[in-house]
Design a protein around this ligand. Structure first.
Ligand code: ADP
Length: 678
């Protein structure tokens, strides 16, 4: 994870669909149309297929029906042919004929009458069959068709069938005629009257009757009712097969029960259509949903792009700010100290540092490394969260530069807690502090030396007088003793020793004065305004105890003064210190001293320090310059005394006055450097 610095974040391409080619399946209008058309086509083909299948089936079924009817009629033909033979051979009596024929007719269910007809077509016997048990006589003359048929039977001596005709009840029938031939003589015929509808009912298979409307007719259509003819006319699924009988061509037509072959299965079609409708409806809904989703996605992408853009801008801003900082910033793993991120400043300052490298290589260069000083535990709270910030000023051994280091724990972009270290180069400030400290030390030392020197000088001056008097008295005494001729040499010797000691004391004092005088002013041309600025910088402080604010009113273009820098600094420090101490009772921010430089005349300038402190009362004013005069509990009372001496060394003078409304003004004057007075 060490390669996810913020720096690389900008190279990550946005994982979004903004420029993504449209690959989503999408419902178009043409798809709906194509689907609907496809379904219709499917229905059509299914219908077509069903029609084909239905047609094949009806052809097959018609053949079966035809066979079963043919078989039944053939059996009847054989029966009646044989009956005709038996009658011709007179093997059966008339009564037997009635019985056998009647039985056959009743059993068949479709033979209404069996007649024995004479050669002149007169009905000789009549065996009632399926029609009824009531005796029906052929009362009227036979139909032309029957006459024609019987003539044919007679002529050909072969069995024949009549044309279809309606019987006396209006039902279509056909008559079968089997010749009775005896010695090649036509002896009449046996005629069986067959009802079409009953024949079909009995001889066609039961399933066929359920499945089809079966119509029997001759090839001209004779034999079928008008209703049947219309039914055939309107039927879509139909098939006709010939039924060949002796001398008569009939046909059987099967008409399918289905009203239309185009919609062979209404339930299936309805279901398919309903499903298609449902599908189309679903697709429309889906399409609507997709459109909404796409809109939402587009909106989301837009927001995402914008937020990515915002994020990138923020990131760039963040990087720019971090990289333009003078401070080196790096983030390292809390435990391993491997660098996770570093800014440009850190990279430039420590070229051997980089992402993935260990920060200890850098930190080892320090007198004390931040990571060893502040291990993980120190940076975390007891709850394991980032804790306090640790600050340090550390010297980097190799470069001899000083850094203000801040170490703290932060929650890093990947969620873990990392160590954030900042290194601000404070070498210049540290050096300035040091110089300032050295100067302050020097000033303090000088001040102390001067004080000691002044004391010594004062003492020497004060003691010199009495010593000189003692020396005078002692040498006077010796002269007197010697002049009186006193023999007390011991006294004289003692006096001479005292004189020598006095002389010695004088010499010591002289040497002390000499020693003190060795610090003669070392005068040189000085910029007094610059000196004032330097001193003010040293003395100003925002520390509550020693707080002092200086306001500078410096005269421009002042010539250089001719003075000893350290001594004048000493005087100014003394003035400012006294001013601060006089304002000690004021709140820190109100302790304000005004330092003013001004040109007095062509030879002198003045420097004065005004304060708004306690001021100087009349009593104090009298003895202000006396050695050891001080109103402060720990004051030495030598400051002003020494200052006046120092200024007088420089041929200037030191004065003071009351400030208005409160406080005091202390002032000293200094001569300009002759060479610079213009
Ligand atoms: P010290 O500061 O050790 O007392 P100084 O000689 O510097 O010795 O000062 C002598 C005295 O003069 C001080 O104790 C103080 O009473 C008085 N004095 C000096 N400067 C001021 C001032 N700016 N305002 C009021 N009093 C002052």
């Amino acid at each position: 994870m060490s390669d996810i610095p913020i720096k690389k974040a900008s190279t990550v391409s946005p994982p979004i669909a903004a420029n993504k080619p449209e690959r989503d399946w999408y419902v178009h209008e043409w798809m709906l149309l194509a689907f609907a058309a496809g379904m219709m086509l499917l229905i059509y083909f299914v219908a077509q297929h069903e029609a084909d299948v239905g047609h094949a089936e009806i052809v097959r079924d018609a053949a079966v029906v035809e066979q079963s009817i043919t078989r039944r009629l053939e059996a009847d033909q054989q029966f009646f042919d044989r009956l005709a033979l038996d009658i011709a051979a007179e093997r059966i009596s008339s009564e037997e004929f009635d019985r056998i024929a009647g039985k056959r007719a009743i059993e068949s269910g479709y033979i209404t009458d069996v007649l024995r007809v004479k050669p002149d077509f007169e009905v000789m016997r009549h065996a009632p069959g399926a029609r009824s048990l009531e005796i029906v006589k052929r009362g009227r003359a036979p139909f032309a068709d029957q006459v024609w048929m019987m003539s044919l039977t007679k002529k050909t001596a072969r069995s024949t069938y009549s044309h279809p005709f309606r019987n006396d009840q209006g039902r279509f029938t056909i008559e079968y005629s089997a010749p009775i031939m005896s010695n090649d003589q036509f002896q009449g015929s046996i005629n069986a009257v067959i009802l079409f509808d009953e024949l079909l009912d009995r001889s066609a298979p039961e399933w066929a009757g359920r499945k089809y409307r079966i119509v029997l007719s001759d090839t001209t259509g004779q034999g079928m009712t008008n209703a049947e003819a219309m039914h055939i006319e309107s039927g879509v699924l139909k098939h006709t097969v010939p039924l060949s009988l002796p001398w008569r061509d009939l046909q059987i037509t099967l008409v399918g029960a289905k009203p239309s072959s185009l919609l062979p299965n209404l339930t299936l079609s309805t279901a398919v259509l309903a499903l298609t409708g449902l599908m189309v409806w679903t697709l429309i809904g889906l399409r609507k949903q997709q459109r909404m989703r796409r809109e939402a996605e587009t909106e989301r992408d837009r927001v995402y792009l914008k937020s990515i853009g915002d994020l990138r801008t923020t990131n760039e801003r963040f990087e720019k700010v971090l990289d333009s900082l003078d401070v080196s910033v790096y983030v390292s793993d809390l435990y391993t100290n491997d660098v996770l991120y570093l800014n440009t400043s850190a990279q430039e300052a420590f070229p051997y540092l980089g992402v993935g490298r260990n920060a200890s290589t850098l930190e080892d260069g320090f007198v004390a490394s931040p990571s060893s000083k502040y291990p993980a535990d120190a940076l975390l709270t007891p709850e394991g969260e980032p804790g306090e910030v640790f600050k340090d000023e550390l010297e980097h051994r190799a470069s001899h530069r000083w850094f203000l280091t801040r170490t703290r724990a932060v929650r890093w972009v990947d969620g873990r807690i990392a160590r954030l270290t900042t290194l601000g180069d404070v070498t210049d400030r540290v050096h300035a502090d040091r110089i300032r400290q050295t100067q302050q030390d020097k000033l303090t030392r000088t001040s102390r030396l001067m004080t000691v020197g002044e004391i010594a000088s004062t003492l020497a001056h004060e003691i010199n007088q009495p010593l000189a008097a003692i020396a005078n008295y002692v040498s006077g005494c010796i002269q007197r003793l010697k002049g009186n001729g006193s023999a007390d040499m011991a006294v004289i010797g003692a006096m001479e020793k005292a004189d020598a000691q006095v002389a010695r004391a004088g010499a010591i004092i002289g040497r002390v004065r000499e020693f003190v005088r060795t610090r003669e002013p070392q005068r040189q041309p000085l910029n007094i305004n610059a000196l004032v600025r330097d001193v003010v910088q040293l003395v100003e402080s925002d520390d509550e105890e020693r707080a002092l604010t200086c306001v500078l009113r410096l005269a421009p273009n002042l010539p250089l003064v001719f003075a000893d820098q350290i001594m004048i600094e000493q005087v100014l420090v003394n003035f400012l210190r006294n001013a601060r101490e006089a304002m000690q009772h004021l709140p820190p921010l109100q302790r304000i001293a005004v330092v003013r430089t001004s040109r007095l005349d062509s030879h002198f300038c003045s420097v004065d320090v005004s304060d708004s402190g306690v001021g100087i009362d009349a009593d104090a004013a009298k003895q202000l310059f006396s050695p050891f005069f001080s109103t402060k509990p720990d004051g030495m009372g030598m400051g002003l005394n020494i200052c006046r001496s120092l200024i007088e060394y420089h041929e200037g003078n030191l004065t003071f006055e009351q400030n208005t409304p409160v406080g005091a003004i202390f002032r000293f004057t200094l001569p300009f450097d002759e060479g610079h007075v213009g």
